[in-house]
Design a protein around this ligand. Structure first.
Ligand SMILES: Cc1ncc(COP(=O)(O)O)c(C=O)c1O
Length: 419
């Protein structure tokens, strides 16, 4: 059983065999040099110290070799994205064939919908969570419009029940049971950005596929946070970003997954560029388009090496630690955070994230009754970096790579006094 004392939190840090990782990150500090208590890895992950070295390597090779760096650089740029594939595939539980790093998340969702949203006159609707991330909502609305459908008629929202915050899988089942013949696509956030709820994506895939709907997952809040086992889940496609839990820098490239069952289907409609053309003949130029198998078959352009160098620096850390060890610490760290919050003697706060560790990642979303953004501001003034979401939720993500049990303890002590 946990204890609500600083000594106990420090003891947990001493026993934590991942505690050494914190020193491998730049932790932002206040003017006096005190570490911020950083709980916004769900928004922008911190910078690994080795990132600079990885980017510098590519800058040096660019200076040294110019265009020849595509072949002569220590890490040749021509196949550079391939250096990321195995580690990324492990993180999301996919086969290397199924994964590629490219573009950014919303762009990738659109490219995936070009292939996997193929509406007919009667089967054209798209299901999203009622509180889907706005970019996903705009993306599917624009797809409906692009295909000539009415947005309101074409969009179905999977909503929490009256008086509840979390989604129930039975309700999705009911929607698909009743309207499946009209539904072409389910596009669901694997971990909801607002509540932190981790939805069982294997079940979602089964529900969708039972009615011949395509199933896609937005893993922005899942990649590097939970272990989604994408291949075994059977979902058709997924996309995520690398700037949150994958610590790869602001606006860095995204990841894309297309299930193996679609890997060799050259007839799938898709957009094309020279980078999804067969790499063996790409530079012969003047060849008819010959699409590559797997995730690589959705690339269009040659990718930005400097951003990929930052991703590589981060993925090398994940490779060393492994998702299993990270998840084990994460469950304990968030469990301790939850325990401390539940010790606060007030009816004004409520954790809306599921209490079952299997149904959440590291984030807790704390609803504060009658609060406004000033609470968030006061936390920030106390060096506690959290994320405020209207109308009344503070999102906090203790990240197992760099947050400590002491961070969590100190955060809750401050929250208590502010409340
Ligand atoms: C769940 C989710 N989907 C989509 C996006 C949009 O990502 P991008 O700006 O990389 O397209 C975000 C960004 O935070 C997100 O959290």
């Amino acid at each position: 059983m946990y204890k609500p004392t600083l000594d106990y939190a420090q003891q947990l840090d001493k026993e934590d065999n991942l505690a050494h990782l914190r020193a491998q990150f730049h932790i932002p500090k206040d003017a006096e040099g005190n570490d911020w208590l950083y709980f916004t890895g769900n928004s922008l992950g911190l910078q690994p110290k080795q990132t600079q070295e990885y980017i510098q390597q590519e800058l040096d090779d660019w200076a040294k070799y110019g265009v020849e760096g595509h072949f002569e650089a220590r890490n040749p740029w021509m196949p550079y994205h391939e250096f990321l594939t195995n580690s990324m595939a492990k993180i999301v539980g996919a086969k290397p064939l199924e994964v590629v790093v490219m573009n950014t998340l919303t762009t990738n969702l659109h490219l995936l919908m070009v292939s996997f949203y193929q509406p007919t006159k009667t089967k054209y609707k798209i299901v999203i969570e009622s509180d889907a991330f706005p970019s996903d909502r705009y993306a599917v609305q624009s797809q409906l419009k692009f295909h000539g459908f009415d947005i309101d008629e074409g969009l179905i929202e999977w909503k929490p029940r009256e008086g509840e915050e979390l989604l129930r899988i039975e309700d999705l089942e009911k929607i698909v049971d009743e309207q499946g013949d009209e539904i072409a696509l389910l596009l669901i956030g694997g971990v909801n950005y607002y509540t932190g709820q981790y939805l069982g994506i294997k079940r979602i895939a089964e529900i969708g596929h039972a009615k011949n709907c395509m199933v896609g997952i937005d893993l922005a809040h899942g990649a590097g946070n939970i272990s989604p086992e994408l291949h075994n889940s059977g979902v058709d496609f997924a996309a995520w970003c690398t700037y949150k839990y994958l610590n790869s820098g602001p606006g860095s490239l995204g990841g894309l997954f297309v299930h193996e069952k679609h890997a060799h289907n050259k007839d799938l409609p898709r957009f094309a560029g020279w980078w999804n053309h067969n790499k063996e003949t790409r530079f012969n130029m003047r060849q008819p388009f010959d699409v590559m198998a797997g995730g690589e078959g959705w690339q269009l352009s040659n990718p930005p090496i400097l951003s990929m160098a930052a991703i590589r620096a981060s993925l090398d850390m994940f490779e060393e630690v492994g998702m299993e060890a990270l998840r084990a610490k994460s469950e304990k760290l968030t469990g301790y955070f939850e325990y401390l919050i539940n010790q606060i003697d007030t009816a004004s706060i409520k954790i809306i994230t599921p209490s079952n560790p299997k149904e959440r990642g590291c984030q807790l979303s704390i609803q504060v009754k009658d609060a406004d953004k000033s609470l968030h501001k006061k936390l920030t003034e106390n060096n506690i970096i959290t994320d405020w979401r209207e109308p009344d939720v503070i999102r906090c993500a203790p990240v197992p790579m760099y947050n400590s049990f002491e961070d969590v303890f100190r955060m809750v002590e401050t929250l208590k006094t502010l409340l």
